[in-house]
Design a protein around this ligand. Structure first.
Ligand SMILES: CC(C)(COP(=O)(O)OP(=O)(O)OC[C@H]1O[C@@H](n2cnc3c(N)ncnc32)[C@H](O)[C@@H]1OP(=O)(O)O)[C@@H](O)C(=O)NCCC(=O)NCCS
Length: 317
């Protein structure tokens, strides 16, 4: 079997029909593997598994079997289950006999590196069941950070470090630990332009801190664009769930880039990252109240796949 890439103790090879008995022993082990992958108790048949291998090979899909270099023994499978807009969803399964030997900790960074260096990914994300404490621990050890959580899933991601990107621009979720970066951004905004309308005082800081506690702001999405090691822009949105047609739409609450960082693609990068996340959540429309100033209007008009329609109204409640 041809090795596509390797790490210290693992060869990553293309999936192969000759390994089907190993695959079946792994995924049909409900208690030690299957349940962590969201599989039911019905076993996969040999025929189904062969078809899976043939399909993946025909598609040239980024899915690999991991073999122990020293013995050639099967360790497990690792894959990017889908790739959209430079972001790949990681999946991994290690057979019960090979778990807890350090292979997950070794394989995941190797796969992330392969994805970023060879497949051009700028972000790798995944979801794990909240009860899968071992997997979450290993992902954290490998540099993933939690960016969202529901009762059913923990969402984690790792983003390509800024210095490796041509433009040194990276977009990261606004998490509580980035509050200081955001406060610097807010102060800088006010140094470069006056009249922002709200004050960065203790009450504001306390209110923002509180928004990161508990579950209330679960539907609030917020991203920060880092350039030159500091926050150059931010985007804030939230989901709107309506019984009107049972749909979930999203509302763009705010997008803002520091004046001296404008016209460097920061706004587009923020919007693109938000779009990616909304797509992943099954949201099809993002609605914004558009600021009236010329600069903002030019930005909105340049947004791909969008149109200006309807008129906004602000109603005091
Ligand atoms: C999750 C998985 C990929 C991890 O790979 P692995 O090779 O078993 O993990 P490693 O040996 O590299 O590391 C295991 C770590 O988890 C820790 N761990 C074990 N059980 C744990 C638990 N219940 N809670 C928290 N940490 C736990 C170990 O102490 C070790 O951490 P340390 O090295 O910091 O001490 C692998 O166990 C697996 O495939 N499991 C079944 C399928 C699965 O869960 N896939 C992921 C779906 S999201």
């Amino acid at each position: 079997m041809q090795t596509v890439f390797e790490s210290s103790h693992i060869s990553f090879v293309r999936v192969s029909e000759s390994l089907v008995p190993d695959y079946l022993a792994m995924v049909n082990d409900y208690d030690r593997v299957g349940r962590f992958l969201g599989r039911g108790r019905d076993p996969i048949s040999e025929e189904q598994d062969r078809r899976w291998v043939q399909k993946k090979l025909a598609e040239g899909a980024p899915v690999f079997s991991m073999l122990e270099k020293a013995t050639g023994a099967f360790i497990g499978n690792i894959e990017f289950m889908g790739i959209t807009d430079g972001a790949g969803e990681l999946g991994i399964a290690i057979t019960a006999q090979m778990q807890e030997k350090g292979y997950g900790t070794e394989a995941i960074p190797a796969m992330v590196r392969y994805g970023m260096d060879e497949l051009g990914l700028s972000r790798v994300y995944l979801k794990a069941f909240p009860f899968n404490a071992r997997a979450i621990h290993v992902y954290e050890k490998c540099g993933f950070r939690e960016y969202d959580r529901t009762a059913e899933d923990v969402f984690m991601e790792v983003v390509r470090p800024a210095q490796q990107k041509e433009d040194a621009l990276s977009v990261l979720p606004y998490t509580r630990d980035r509050l200081e970066d955001v406060l610097s951004f807010e102060r800088r905004l006010r140094e470069e332009e006056a009249d922002w309308g709200w004050v960065i005082d203790d009450a504001y800081i306390a209110q923002v801190k509180k928004s990161f506690e508990g579950d209330t702001f679960r539907d609030a999405l917020s991203y920060l664009a880092y350039l030159d090691g500091q926050v150059a822009g931010r985007i804030d949105a939230c989901l709107i769930r309506s019984h009107f047609d049972g749909s979930t739409k999203a509302y763009l609450d705010w997008i803002c880039v520091i004046k001296s960082y404008r016209h460097r693609g920061v706004g587009q990068a923020l919007l693109e990252r938000l779009r990616q996340e909304l797509k992943a959540r099954g949201v099809d429309t993002l609605i914004a109240l558009t600021a009236a100033n010329d600069e903002a209007q030019r930005f909105y008009k340049s947004v791909p796949d969008s149109c200006m329609r309807d008129v906004g109204i602000w109603i005091d409640v």
